[in-house]
Design a protein around this ligand. Structure first.
Ligand code: SF4
Ligand code: SF4
Length: 250
């Protein structure tokens, strides 16, 4: 059995900014909104989201016998105010898969465990696992919000059959869902009304600039207001008080 404190210590030594451990259960509460979102067709051309829904919602289908999901956060900071190339904050940094995947592999080696390293390309819901691991909560812009770095974070996981001494109590940030319900600044900030005005948090990808400009760029709908973004879009994150309050050394 792994000690959760040792996992966190090892993650910090590898260079991650935070780490938490969740029990590898099914994401039952989170599955209904995902299915609602798919039924509305709000995933647009993201066909991969229709596939492996069960696996995405239950890591035991991804790694048979899984007991634990080790979740890590790597903070990258807000956009550089000096840049005028229309690139969102994450795109101004080194490609994050290249950075996080080897760090997760290094963490796995240090812990001496087997486990599946997940960094975006595996069917697992990174943000929901990060929330389950007590690293933050899901904001109305549908992203993970961390108390310290706001939304300016990348996420990754190791799904393992190892058991851990303690699992995070993911109710820690439950009151922030109430905060979000009253705030709604991200919803108001989206020039394309892509964010659902009511709970649960949901994004209509068909109206999101980031969808049209990342991965497989698509023709922009004529009425889409990109506000000058050419790769990604930060507007809903920039409006979030927690992202505004985050402080990073430059
Ligand atoms: S990324 Fe931009 S376009 Fe997409 S929901 Fe946020 S503010 Fe709207
Ligand atoms: S802007 Fe407000 S509603 Fe949106 S995620 Fe941040 S705190 Fe929650």
């Amino acid at each position: 059995m792994l000690r959760s404190a040792d996992i966190k210590q090892a993650a910090l030594e590898v260079g991650f900014d935070d780490c938490g451990v969740a029990r590898a259960d099914a994401l039952t509460d989170e599955e209904y909104p995902l299915r609602q979102w798919l039924a509305r067709g709000w995933h647009a051309g993201l066909g991969y989201m229709e596939r492996n829904v069960e696996k995405r919602m239950d890591p035991r289908l991804l790694v048979p016998g899984a007991h634990s999901v080790i979740c890590v956060v790597s903070a990258y900071g807000p956009p550089d105010p000096g840049r005028t190339d229309g690139m969102a904050a994450y795109a101004q940094r080194r490609e994050y898969h290249e950075v996080i995947k080897p760090m997760l592999q290094e963490l796995r080696t240090r812990l001496g465990i087997d486990g599946k390293v997940c960094c975006d390309t595996v069917p697992i819901s990174d943000k929901h696992w990060a929330a389950r691991a007590g690293l933050g909560w899901i904001g109305r812009h549908t992203l993970l919000v961390t108390p310290r770095w706001g939304t300016w974070v990348n996420l990754g996981e190791i799904v393992t059959t190892e058991e851990c001494s303690e699992y995070s109590d993911y109710s820690e940030y439950s009151e922030y869902s109430d905060y979000c319900a009253k705030c709604g600044k991200c919803v108001e900030a989206c020039p394309n009304h892509a964010l659902a005005p009511e709970e649960p948090p949901m994004m209509d990808v068909r109206r999101c600039t980031a969808y049209y400009t990342t991965h497989n760029p698509r023709p922009l709908p004529p009425d889409l207001d990109t506000r000058g973004y050419t790769l990604g879009c930060d507007l809903c994150q920039l409006a979030c008080p927690f992202s505004q309050a985050a402080r990073f050394a430059r």
